[in-house]
Design a protein around this ligand. Structure first.
Ligand SMILES: Cc1cc2nc3c(=O)[nH]c(=O)nc-3n(C[C@H](O)[C@H](O)[C@H](O)COP(=O)(O)OP(=O)(O)OC[C@H]3O[C@@H](n4cnc5c(N)ncnc54)[C@H](O)[C@@H]3O)c2cc1C
Length: 543
């Protein structure tokens, strides 16, 4: 089998081996299948280490599928004087644009300038000049009012002077995680989703392994490793808490609403200052829809419960688009879906306003456990290198490095896929790299046609079911693809077309299919739909 295709296959074989006591001894066990864990796995595999990643739910289930999807330097880090973080992020952004064309795409950003608001044209222009200089590009300019109004039709002209334009990049965050995992697997790393680590195993030399729980059977597996790397994001204090009482993660929730493109047609990102608190909220195009976000709030809720948007957050996000696009009449009824993620922010010693906390990552070493948390999608490679540096003393000498690319160059071209829909072919190449050929080869009759109302085709869903470790419907509809966020009602109208695919590829029985559909629809309406408004709230809002 193609070493890339092998990626996520073999879950049950690997579990069988672990049960038999084979393959239970690793150089590195990485806990957490978000972008941080995936990055560590990728870099550890490059060094020739025997490495296993364990994820309690699905790959990218945590924050890494719920971000603002921006591969960016982070203008606000620059504005707050965090030059180092900005420069590193910008260089990583440029690297990702080069290595993953189509999956990481440059996007124009417009920062509106209104009379009497800060930052104004000149302050912003200065910041953007430095921003571009650090990245080695020159994209920024001031956009006068007529051009701005042409680009964003319906934008309120009240005290509007124009916008400062610059570029950053956008991605599909969950797909990015999968691509990083795929590269790691191609170098021999192994991955298991739906296996959680419940306990650290301690020996005379500190942490010597983990106890992992397989939820479908309730089994507990004991696995040993020279180093255990805790890359569990917002959950990081939990495992680290088995060694030290110190708590350093401040979970901050950020939520978004997804609108149909027609309700708010934007083809570039627009930064708007919220009328309530002057925070920048972005409206940006993503996968054919328009997304508005984010909020930034303390998240004291139980982390075992999936994060979801609150009614207040829905109102907050609607308020800014209603104020800035008054004629578009956007309301709750327009919202296609919502999502919320929990940012693992490293707390300052003194509690600060959530939006003022630093967004850098941190690495801690406690009795053989390396914990890495915080940071961003964009800088995952650098975060991984820092985590591995902290583990180096316990690891065997690395093999000679083979360059520093994260992603194998894509040699497959859109033309070579020979699809009538060239844009779809290009999209498959961007998302699957060299595996795009396999996506098309393994497609059934008519499966390389776009699904109504989306840019996806059934061929990629079949491929994901067969090769990408899908265990549940939400893995397929919310992370391998984003159809559940982009089509009405969590893509429930599509389920009838998915049934034969799931039955053929995963062997699901009729009963199992029915219960899985019910579970998915309930999950979607609880965590990805618009929260219900209590009747008394409706009266209050309208009075
Ligand atoms: C609203 C929001 C917007 C953002 N926007 C951007 C952006 O535009 N650009 C950007 O660069 N960054 C952005 N970020 C930051 C970025 O998304 C995060 O820094 C990043 O996704 C964190 O990745 P992670 O792998 O550390 O955590 P996660 O993705 O949360 O992964 C941790 C994983 O660990 C698993 N886990 C937990 N406990 C266990 C256990 N005991 N056993 C096994 N597995 C376990 C969890 O299930 C989870 O999947 C944003 C964050 C938020 C919240």
């Amino acid at each position: 089998m193609d070493k890339h295709v092998e990626s996520f296959a073999g879950r049950s074989e690997l579990l069988d081996q672990l049960r038999r006591g084979e393959n239970t001894d690793w150089d590195v066990i990485v806990i957490g299948g978000g972008i941080t864990g995936a990055g560590v796995l990728r870099e550890a595999a490059r060094l020739g280490l025997r490495v296993l990643l364990l994820e309690q739910k699905d790959f990218a289930w945590g924050t890494s599928s719920r971000s603002s999807k921006m591969v960016h330097g982070g203008l606000r880090y620059l504005a707050s004087g965090d030059w180092k973080l900005t420069r590193h992020s910008l260089l990583e952004r440029e690297r990702l644009l080069q290595e993953l064309p189509g999956l990481v795409e440059r996007m124009g950003y417009y920062f509106t300038v209104r009379e009497g608001t800060f930052p104004g044209r000149f302050a912003m222009g200065l910041v953007l000049r430095v921003y571009d200089l650090m990245a080695g590009i020159k994209d920024h300019r001031f956009v006068a009012l007529p051009e701005l109004l042409q680009r964003f039709q319906g934008l309120s002209q009240k005290s509007l002077r124009g916008a400062c334009y610059y570029t950053d990049a956008i991605t599909d965050d969950a797909r990015l995680v999968l691509r990083v995992l795929q590269e790691a697997r191609a170098e021999g790393a192994r991955t298991l989703n739906y296996v959680s680590v419940s306990k650290l195993l301690l020996g005379s030399d500190g942490v010597e392994g983990v106890e992992a729980c397989v939820p479908e059977t309730g089994e507990i597996l004991s696995l040993t490793a020279r180093v255990v790397i805790n890359a569990t994001g917002a959950w990081a204090d939990r495992l680290r808490g088995q060694l030290t009482p110190e708590k350093r993660i401040r979970p901050l929730r950020g939520s978004h609403i997804v609108l149909p493109y027609d309700a708010l047609p934007v083809d570039a990102a627009l930064a708007l200052l919220h009328p309530r608190d002057k925070r920048a909220v972005f409206v940006f195009p993503w996968e054919g829809a328009s997304v508005v976000g984010t909020t930034d709030l303390d998240h004291p809720e139980d982390l075992d419960i999936e994060a979801s948007i609150s009614n207040d957050e829905v109102d907050y996000l609607l308020e800014v688009v209603q104020q800035q696009f008054p004629t578009n009449t956007i309301g709750r009824e327009n919202i296609l879906s919502t999502y919320a993620g929990v940012r693992p922010v490293i707390a300052a010693e003194q509690a600060k306003d959530p939006s003022k906390e630093r967004r850098d990552h941190a690495v801690w070493f406690n009795e053989g456990l390396v914990t890495v948390s915080g940071g961003k999608l964009t800088t995952f490679r650098l975060i991984a290198l820092d985590a591995l540096a902290a583990a180096a003393a316990r690891l065997p000498a690395p093999k000679a490095a083979t360059g520093d690319r994260v992603f194998t160059p894509t040699t497959v071209t859109a033309d070579s896929l020979k699809l009538a829909d060239r844009a779809l072919a290009q999209r498959l190449v961007a998302r699957f790299g060299n595996l795009a050929t396999r996506v098309v080869e393994e497609a059934g009759e008519g499966e390389t046609r776009r699904l109504a109302g989306s840019d996806y085709c059934l061929a990629e869903l079949r491929f994901s079911l067969r090769h990408e470790g899908v265990m549940q419907l939400d893995d397929l509809l919310l992370r391998r693809t984003r159809l559940g966020q982009l089509l009405a009602d969590g893509a429930s109208a599509l389920l009838v077309q998915l049934k034969p695919l799931c039955q053929q590829e995963l062997g699901w029985s009729e009963d199992y299919w029915q219960s899985e559909c019910q579970r998915y629809q309930l999950l979607w309406s609880r965590y990805y739909g618009v929260p219900l408004v209590a009747p008394e709230e409706v009266v209050h809002a309208g009075s």
